[in-house]
Design a protein around this ligand. Structure first.
Ligand code: TYD
Length: 136
């Protein structure tokens, strides 16, 4: 459910000349990182996502700027605003997500538990609901 998502505060090494945040396997997040990707140059007003995953776990971070993530478990929707580079949203599998409200120059950093696999995507909402009902 949407309540299985969690906000994870990442460590921040503070320095007057600039901060550092480190994420490594087996420490701050409940999965091993197999893939990193980032989304950038999103035109204002554009939305991304609009899909679910069967298996993939992710940690999503606003590495720069801010955006909203609307998560949906088929029952409950929740909107989360990310705006700090040392705060991540942990997303377990089986959630529909959409990202919108990107600020200019924002960077959406994603740490993922699996390699890219097109078959792991649930691309249409009715199929997502079927999958959820089947599991419940
Ligand atoms: P997608 O995950 O649908 O983007 P978003 O959810 O942000 O809207 O990915 C967009 C395209 O990029 C899609 O054609 C697949 C490709 N892609 C890869 O080839 N490898 C990857 O690791 C990712 C995340 C996407």
């Amino acid at each position: 459910t949407v309540y299985d998502c969690s906000i994870i505060e990442l460590p921040r090494i503070d320095n007057p000349s600039g901060n550092i945040t480190v994420v490594s396997n087996c420490s701050q997040i409940p999965f091993d990182i197999k893939r990193v990707y980032y989304l950038y140059d999103v035109p204002s007003g554009e939305a991304r996502g609009g899909h679910g995953h069967y298996k993939l776990q992710q940690l999503i971070v606003a590495a720069s700027g801010s955006f909203d993530i609307i998560i949906d478990d088929g029952n409950v929707k929740r909107s989360i605003h990310l705006s700090r580079p040392n705060v991540g949203l942990f997303m377990p599998p089986g959630l529909w997500r959409e990202l919108n409200n990107f600020s200019s120059g924002s960077i959406c950093l994603v740490l993922a538990s699996e390699e890219y696999l097109a078959k792991d995507y649930i691309r249409d909402y009715p199929t997502f609901l079927e999958f959820k009902n089947y599991r419940n």
